[in-house]
Design a protein around this ligand. Sequence first.
Ligand code: HEC
Length: 508
Amino acid sequence: MPRRSSTCSLAVLFLLSGNLFLGSASADEDAVRNQLARKDCVRGKFKDYYLQGQGGDPPASYSGRVFKLSQNYPNQLPPMEDYPWLKIGFKNGGPVDPQTYLQALLDYGLEGNVEANFYVEDNKVRKWYGMPWMDWNTEVASDWPGTDGREFVHGFTHEFDSSGKTLSTLQNDFADTWSGGYFNDRAAFGMGQVYCDPDNPKPGALNPDPAALNNFPNGSFIIKLLFSTVNEPQLPIVKGALEWQANVFVNDDPSWRNKGPISRFARAIATIRLIQIDVSVRDDRSITGWLLGTFGYDGRSHGETPWKRMVPLGIQWGNSPKVTFGDTCAGPAGPCNREKLTEQWINEQAVKDLATAPLNFDHLGYGGRLAGPVDNAKASCMGCHQTAGYPTVPILPEFSANGSVLKLDAARQPGTNQSFRMMYYGNVPSGVVFSDTQLYSSDYSLQLSMSLQNFISLRCAKNTQDTHAPYPGICAQLLQWSKAQRKSIGDLLTFGSPGQKGAPIRSD
Ligand code: HEC
């Protein structure tokens, strides 16, 4: 390719500057990203937390630290480090020693961040960043726009609520999940290109090279901490878990909150416990380009600190797309034989420990694929994450428009309609869209796709738009997209039906 050869000299410079462990293909790709990256980006404009300056600020009685979004994204792609996971070899698109690989990911994600209590701008080892626009967050679990947005103590967003009995037989009430995601410098470069103009994001600039796949650069890494409001009487293994304070919903029950009014979403400072840690990494050697892994807290394990008592649960590098539900599971309630799911590693001992009464969390998802304890049990890590793109699409088959037509029911008949369902358990390559209704991939980052969704929910709707500000280009494109989508559905209903005197019927 001509562009490749023209950047060859830059690649050589990279190699000479000491990054000798880098493959030349990777260095070459980095050079192209750098060459085409915008350098005039505006930084420091994103809000830190929900309703900042609009009634959501900490009360006078609060004297603790207040979350600030680490948002000085680099305009130049920082070079690959000698990441510890690169030492582990790959075979057939997956690591030869998945457990050691997974541990290396966690160690990297915690380094310097534990000491800084994940106020990552204080990390003394390397720089870390947060996703913009999560202050105004509209997650799946809430019907009230923005209310899942970042709280002001740690910048956590509200996520999946586990209903009674899902974590243990002693859990009699909802337990809410609050979580935070932290991106390394290579990932932050891509985010910074998308949000180069804070008032007009460009979802297609994740990779500044328009001729390449819209993906994060190799070596991008994300760690996510998931805390729960659950306590020891309801879940004995949270004994000794890391406890932090956060400004969370006073009432844990989403069905009550969602009935409104908005005052039902009142928040107050309360104790939450670290229950799960997720990691994801862009590694070109993976069959999909990504690996996603998870750890669960178990107070019975022997580590000296709560961080050391996080037990590896498993890691996925693909969904094993040809393996249907019937191939692995005897019925909706199992048992499931996971041998055919070769694109993951599962910690079998942990599966047993976590499903022995009073514990109730079988952290495995669809057909035995990996999912986390506080994830939707009918999904899988890579299943949900491969849908990430702009505009967003439903992350599970059940949530989709087709799901309602096909009357999908993951609890009662997960084995039906495999031709549609298994699309959600395919292996979308890094940087490729999942659905033909999406314009740009956000490359397995659901925070990135949600942040873009959060942006348009405030900035594109006609009634909330600031009439003095220029209408963002991303919104104009979205309107065009919406017209084209409607027309294509209209055409399906009428195309080929003769109108007056045999003339075509127009659907627009
Ligand atoms: C039911 C769908 C679903 C499943 C299953 C799921 N996730 Fe996620 N994940 C999400 C959503 C939605 C977000 C974005 C919301 C947020 O982080 O607040 C997210 C965010 C993340 C992030 C933050 C980075 C980002 O932008 O994507 C990481 C890392 C992550 N998940 C890892 C995992 C791992 C590892 C697993 C499996 C153990 C997993 N996820 C399972 C839906 C899912």
